[in-house]
Design a protein around this ligand. Structure first.
Ligand code: DAH
Length: 340
């Protein structure tokens, strides 16, 4: 009777162990059958009430059942363990030969790129790169450049005035003054930098933009020198021949003064919104340094002469990359900046 029960218990326990789908389930069956208070332990307790003969037979059967079930259990447990191990190995697998992800690398702003190119070009031509303050004196920004207080040319540039006679420089030309006074003639200098105008901002006007000033002072400097350097500059920037034209232009600090225009690179001269349908873009105002400007910085105009130019760096960048809204350049929009 008890032998039949034991047999049945062993068969059903084996089936349950084999059917377990998780380690937890398997463990539950083990506790229930093989545990200290499990089904087999109960049978072994009941053996106390048996005759010695019965005890011998049942004891044998019990041991056999226990061993058989333990080995089924161990087999199943091993299968679970090795499945878990390979799942873990799979999840922790790292391809050591895979290329590392690209670090987020920045790039120079297009204005900085063009500025650096022009600096390199002029340095190779013997020019010094100078820097000047953005907060300037009235004297450097205007007077020393032959624009006295009552001069109508002061109205050409809408100025951000600060307290006293200080202002935000309206152009990079005051660095000419600093260069002449500090270094004296002969002089070859350029001065890139930020300038400010009290202007209404729109697609083609900014209150803050960039210029690059240039100046050469030496004996017998003529318009031919000016033109040579300007053409070298332009072919260096555009890496091709650009059509230029020279018109008379008025700036108090040069005489004669010129507007050097380039043929519009966006439309090739046929007319577009960037060149206001004219086919030409004003790019490079320039001229021969006015004697008053030399004199005010302690240089004798009888002995020395020079040329100067003021390149609109911001406009140049817009031409080069066909950017039609000046506000993009300092807007800080990464979608725009990542193109460069
Ligand atoms: N400073 C002038 C401006 O911002 C540009 C300029 C014109 C600079 C003629 C020069 C020059 O050096 O010769 O409008």
């Amino acid at each position: 009777m008890i032998e039949a029960n034991l047999e049945e218990l062993a068969v059903s326990a084996k089936a349950r162990i084999e059917a377990a789908t998780t380690v937890e389930e398997l463990e539950a069956v083990r506790v229930e059958v093989l545990g200290r208070k499990g089904a087999l332990a109960n049978v072994s307790k009941e053996m106390a009430k048996m005759t010695p003969e019965q005890r011998a037979t049942v004891g044998k059967l019990l041991n056999a059942a226990k061993q058989a079930l333990e080995s089924v259990f161990d087999e199943k447990k091993t299968a679970f363990d090795s499945a878990a191990l390979s799942a873990r190995l799979e999840s922790e697998w790292v391809d050591l030969t895979a290329p590392a992800p690209d670090p987020a690398r920045g790039a120079l702003h297009p204005l900085t790129q063009i500025q650096t190119e022009i600096e390199d070009l002029f340095v190779s031509l013997g020019f010094t790169v100078l820097d000047g303050p953005e907060v300037e004196s009235d004297e450097h920004n205007f007077d020393a450049l032959n624009i006295p207080a009552d001069h109508p040319a002061r109205d050409m540039q809408d100025t951000f005035w600060l307290e006293g006679n200080w202002l935000l420089r309206t152009h990079t030309s005051p660095v000419q003054v600093r260069g002449m006074r500090k270094l004296g003639p002969p002089l070859r200098m350029i001065a890139p930098g930020r300038v400010f105008r009290n202007e209404e901002v729109d697609a083609s006007h900014e209150h803050t933009f960039y210029q690059l000033e240039g100046m050469m002072v030496d004996k017998d400097v003529s318009v031919a020198h000016l033109l040579y350097f300007m053409k070298t500059l332009l072919s260096g920037i555009f890496k091709r021949d650009v059509m230029v034209r020279l018109r008379p232009g008025y700036f108090p600090f040069v005489e004669p003064g010129f507007e050097l225009d380039i043929q519009c690179l966006i439309c090739g001269g046929s007319g577009c919104p960037v060149c206001k349908q004219s086919g030409w873009v004003e790019l490079l105002p320039c001229g021969l340094v006015h004697p008053n400007v030399l004199r005010k910085s302690g240089i004798d105009p009888e002995e020395y002469g020079g040329f100067a130019f003021g390149l609109g760096l911001t406009r140049l960048v817009m031409m080069r990359y066909a950017i039609d809204d000046i506000r993009q350049l300092q807007g800080g929009d990464l979608r725009f900046l990542r193109q460069f």
